[in-house]
Design a protein around this ligand. Structure first.
Ligand SMILES: Nc1ncnc2c1ncn2[C@@H]1O[C@H](COP(=O)(O)OP(=O)(O)OP(=O)(O)O)[C@@H](O)[C@H]1O
Ligand SMILES: [Mg+2]
Length: 266
């Protein structure tokens, strides 16, 4: 099934009078990887929480395949949508394999048990994220990047139609970051809807088919293909910084960098 998750003119404020998102339109269509970028505090994590139904917008709607997300039951939502938050701290000690198997519970039988098929899916997700060698380790003993890859394996094991990931590569080394983006792009090409928040604009330019750029004023500054969004005027407006855009030296994609500002010597 080809899925489409959509926010339609969504506005949200945690505290009255302080909007975090203003009339934001966002789509996470199947078929291409969608990147969500913008400065700290602009509302990216909030948008993902709205898109997965953890928060409800004060105005506007979130639609899954044209129907209001809020009408899906919690179980149906968990089978269709997976969310990887920016920070995850399990409440008690678990092995890596147990963490990945947690992803299978939305598919568990009526008595909550997992079967051989579930364990096979969990093993495949460990392989896909290059974390097989960690399977017996205590999750809390892992490095930051190892934890991120195991958590990615856990939401892949959920086998949802749409994946929403909040900075899933922020702690990864250069090799594993490219591997994860490449895996996400492949999943999107296979028909999953995949939305990823990242601060790595050059990875987004290389791997995403579509970018949503939010600005510090909590509005959408630009949306579309990387070539359309990663323009100096749009990026400078979103970040309030002197951003330059050139061409990537190795692949056919924009290359973004910020010009450091001279600081007066004291
Ligand atoms: N639970 C909350 N209660 C009150 N304010 C919040 C809450 N969560 C986030 N905020 C505020 O809402 C704004 C948007 O936060 P959000 O986490 O969505 O930003 P972000 O774009 O994901 O930033 P970052 O790049 O730093 O992760 C920020 O000003 C933040 O301080
Ligand atoms: Mg965030």
């Amino acid at each position: 099934m080809i899925s489409m998750l959509q926010a339609e003119s969504v506005s949200f404020a945690y505290e009255k009078e302080q909007p975090v998102l203003r009339a934001v339109n966002a789509t996470v269509p199947a078929g291409m990887l969608t990147g969500i970028v913008g400065p700290n505090g602009c509302g990216k994590s909030t948008l993902l929480r709205l898109l997965c139904g953890l928060l409800r917008p004060q105005s506007g709607r979130v639609l899954m395949d044209g129907a209001e997300l809020s009408r899906l039951s919690g179980g149906a939502r968990a089978r269709r949508l997976a969310f990887l938050p920016q920070a995850v701290n399990p409440a008690f000690a678990m092995t890596v394999f147990e963490v990945v198997c947690l992803g299978r519970y939305p598919h568990a039988g009526p008595f909550g048990g997992l079967g051989p098929k579930d364990f096979e899916v969990a093993r495949r997700c460990l392989r896909d994220t290059e974390t097989e060698h960690l399977r017996a380790r205590d999750f809390l003993s892992l490095s930051g990047g190892e934890r991120q890859r195991v958590l990615l394996a856990s939401i892949l094991a959920q086998e949802p139609d749409v994946l929403l990931l909040d900075e899933p590569t922020s702690a990864l080394d250069i090799h594993h970051e490219a591997e994860v983006f490449s895996l996400l792009r492949q999943l999107a090409a296979q028909g999953y809807g995949v939305g990823v928040v990242t601060h790595d604009l050059n990875a987004a330019a290389q791997f995403c088919g579509r970018i949503l750029l939010l600005g510090a004023s909590h509005v959408v500054v630009a949306a579309g293909a990387p070539e359309e969004v990663f323009r100096e005027d749009a990026l400078c407006a979103a970040y309030g910084a002197a951003i330059r855009v050139g061409r990537h030296p190795f692949v056919d994609a924009p290359f973004v960098d910020v010009l450091p500002q001279e600081r007066p010597s004291s």
